[in-house]
Design a protein around this ligand. Structure first.
Ligand code: NAD
Length: 381
């Protein structure tokens, strides 16, 4: 029987649009019977972005600078949308109202109000599948950590540290771009860009923050504007949130520290999660992406075990089990999790993409973090 195809339109053809298109182009990499994504349309306001797509994928039928053309097309089933944050609300609402399924980018609305308006539209259109992007949990060593977490081997949680560190902003001569402009990127700054990534696993585990104390930093006060001038840089560079959470497995409180930093010396895209418990602890970091580290507490001394995990991903691939896995593979696995949503099979879909209500929890936390920093107080959620 011919496999089901999901015809996808991409809105926003920049960094992430290309990553998405490239993942789909090598779909033969995955060994699974799930529906196959096919890029059927592309849209970007900036027509210069089209060239990479038309050079590499001349078969793409629909090309437009008006996203409504994709939404009106009967040739499109679903949209991957990767546009600046100030456009999420309107474009996501229009996509869902047009009854196109959506894999949207984080933070899923520039602020809490925008997010709530998107969620209201989702409620009004329950037949539309809507998910938010987050790829790092799909690294095989992190999948191992997730299995370990689900087994409850940590006992009672003491502390969870989850974070995302970048360092390219350490270069103060790096010109400003929309991700450093409050009007386009949002008040959350680094938290809006990096926060959802750090919260995907905690929220999936049911670890909901009950309160937050936030310390935010603006370090780079100005940046070149790329045209010979210097402009103020107003977004938050670094944020450390200390949250009080309850683990539904034990009903006990633990601390969760969420770090989102654009100025973390030496860290090139370092996404990590560390879980410390009374009976066991485990860590994963993209700095050492093959390593699943864990320990079992046996008396007063504890020794870490490091297992090198190969490319044994949640969705099996043609890659030999001992070979290395990377960002593009994780991104493809994430799209695979989205495709599994369209599968008729009742097989376990594995680790799901970020759900809409999880984006809302993230907005509640980040909004409370802004309030906490401004007031100097711990805020209850
Ligand atoms: N999942 C991840 O790891 C990851 C990484 C980076 C960025 N992101 C997210 O992806 C989204 C896009 O980020 P990016 O880095 O790809 O940005 P980008 O600037 O590289 O691309 C955005 C594109 O959107 C286009 N655009 C702007 N207005 C438009 C409109 N009205 N219609 C159609 N296209 C329009 C721009 O011309 C640009 O080409 C953001 O939400 C960002 O937070 C996710």
């Amino acid at each position: 029987m011919e496999r089901k195809k999901i015809r996808i339109g991409i809105i926003g053809l920049g960094l992430m649009g290309r990553e998405f298109c490239s993942s789909v182009a090598r779909w033969c990499h995955l060994l699974d019977e799930m529906p196959i994504p096919v890029i059927a349309g592309i849209c970007d306001k900036n027509k210069d972005t089209w060239k990479w797509y038309t050079d590499n994928f001349p078969e793409i039928g629909l090309k437009t600078d008006d996203y409504k053309v994709l939404l009106e097309s009967s040739e499109i089933d679903a949209i991957y949308c990767a546009v600046p944050h100030n456009l999420h609300e309107q474009i996501y609402i229009d996509i869902i109202t047009a009854k196109k399924h959506l894999l949207g980018e984080k933070p899923f609305g520039i602020d809490k109000v925008a997010n709530e308006n998107i969620l209201k539209t989702i409620k009004e259109n329950p037949e539309v599948i809507v998910r938010c992007s987050s790829e790092f949990p799909y690294f095989p060593a992190c999948q191992q950590l997730i299995k370990w977490l689900k087994s409850g081997k940590y006992g009672r949680l003491i502390e969870v540290r989850t974070g995302f560190h970048h360092s390219s902003d350490m270069d103060l001569n790096k010109p400003i771009n929309w991700k450093r402009m409050v009007e386009v990127n949002g008040e959350y700054g680094c938290m809006g860009d990096l926060g959802m990534h750090t919260l995907h696993i905690p929220f999936n585990m049911g670890w909901k923050p009950e309160s937050v104390y936030a310390d935010l930093q603006k370090i780079a006060e100005s940046r070149p504007d790329g045209k010979g001038g210097i402009v103020p840089c107003k977004t938050w560079d670094n944020a450390v949130l200390t949250c009080k959470c309850i683990d539904p497995k034990t009903g006990k409180y633990f601390s969760m520290v969420v770090e989102t930093k654009r100025m973390a010396p030496g860290a090139t895209n370092n996404w990590f999660i560390e879980v410390y418990g009374t009976e066991g602890s485990a860590t994963f970091s993209t700095h050492n992406p093959k390593a699943f580290n864990y320990l079992t507490t046996n008396g007063k001394e504890q020794g870490w075990t490091r297992i090198d995990i190969g490319s044994q991903s949640a969705i099996p691939t043609i890659t030999g089990g001992i070979f290395e896995f990377g960002f593009s593979d994780a991104f493809q696995q994430m799209i695979g999790a989205f495709m599994q949503e369209f599968s008729n099979s009742s097989a376990n879909p594995g680790f799901s993409n970020v759900m809409p209500d999880e984006t809302h929890m993230s907005h509640c936390l980040l909004t409370a973090a802004l309030e906490s920093h401004a007031s100097g107080k711990r805020i209850n959620l």
